[in-house]
Design a protein around this ligand. Structure first.
Ligand code: MG
Length: 360
């Protein structure tokens, strides 16, 4: 029964694509993970006791504070009217039957910190015990549940990506104790209305990694499998009212930049010249620093290398006097005497300039 698959595997992506773009068929009688949702027989994660709580965790300076214990100004009901949860003792609490609450602002890629507590008095069982949820973009639920000694299906316990991915371990605290989720969320992206990249979710539950960059198969749902549909880049975050009085406090979020690396404004080596073998041969040799240490320029297969710490770094010639380093943002300059022989070398890096004289 147990066959393994990995997130990065070709089979997974093939199944993922097929499941999202093809009509359901009997060929795929289960989800691309190999499981149907809510399988009672799916192995439940091991229990791990988290370390001592260090909560509340203060928000960093660039965070958007979504709940600071004072009011629900940052939250709305589904119809846009004021959120109907209650605030008391600097905590907000879901009111059974009041409905989900939605953040007034919309978010895409983010780091989200949430502190929550299930009711101290244990009532109900399985999904009926301390159930709520954190919905990223209002679509992907990281389950909130009292999973302390409470048997339920693996993909529905606390910190599961509901109905899809059980947490790696069960790091739940006792009912009534404050717990934390630290969630890193990358939104799904779409091109021409089609899924280009699924969402990705990483979760730490009470400081323990429980979701490791998992890719939801589509928006989470009870019973249903929902395929991806193109949505806006930013959508409100929501918390679930599942009929249990679950408390939340200290909710903050950092919007994350897109996953692109900003390119440097100017090219590093705008001019590249080919030195003659004679010019190269002159430069090659040892250079003595003020502290007596040695630097060396070597010539190999028509290329010059500068050895600072034993590792030869390839030099890119801008002129016979000036060189860039192939992969490092540094510069080497060489001075010559009137006869054209190198006399001094300067190594510019990290705002510093170090000097060496040509070894006699
Ligand atoms: Mg829930």
């Amino acid at each position: 029964m147990k066959s393994s698959w990995r997130l990065g595997s070709t089979n997974f992506y093939l199944a993922f694509l097929l499941a999202n773009f093809l009509e359901p068929s009997t060929v795929f009688a289960q989800l691309p993970t190999g499981w149907k949702a809510h399988d009672w027989d799916r192995e439940r994660p091991q229990v791990v006791t988290p370390g001592v709580a260090n909560l509340p965790l203060p928000a960093p300076s660039d965070a958007v504070v979504l709940f600071n214990g004072k009011n629900l100004d940052e939250w709305r009901s589904a119809d846009g009217s004021p959120a109907k949860w209650i605030v008391k003792d600097e905590v907000m609490e879901s009111v059974p039957g009041s409905g989900y609450i939605f953040s007034a602002k919309s978010f895409g890629d983010c780091q989200l910190h949430v502190e929550w507590a299930s009711p101290e008095k244990v009532q109900g069982k399985s999904q009926g015990r301390g159930n709520s949820g954190v919905f990223l973009q209002g679509l992907f639920e990281v389950q909130v549940l009292d999973s302390f000694d409470n048997k339920t299906y693996a993909d529905g316990q606390a910190a599961s990506v509901y109905g899809q991915y059980p947490p790696l371990v069960n790091a739940s605290r006792k009912p009534g104790e404050w717990q934390s989720y630290d969630i890193i969320f990358r939104r799904p992206s779409f091109q021409d209305g089609k899924l280009a990249q699924p969402a990705r979710i990483t979760v730490l539950h009470n400081g323990v990694l429980v979701q490791d960059n998992v890719r939801p198969l589509g928006p989470t749902s009870w019973l249903q499998h929902k395929p991806y549909e193109a949505v806006a880049e930013k959508l409100p975050l929501s918390f679930q009212d599942h009929g249990n009085p679950v408390r939340y406090r200290n909710v903050w979020l950092r919007e994350l930049p897109p996953e692109i690396i900003v390119q440097p404004e100017k090219p590093y080596d705008p001019v590249i010249v080919a030195l003659t073998p004679e010019q190269q041969a002159k430069i090659a040799g040892k250079y003595v620093r003020g502290d007596g240490g040695l630097w060396e320029i070597t010539l190999r297969d028509g290329k010059l290398y500068f050895s600072v710490s034993g590792t030869p770094l390839e030099l890119i010639a801008h002129s016979p006097e000036e060189f860039g380093l192939k992969y490092t943002a540094g510069k080497v300059t060489i001075a010559y005497d009137t006869a054209g022989a190198p006399t001094d070398l300067q190594f510019h890096m990290g705002g510093d300039v170090s000097k060496a004289s040509r070894s006699k």
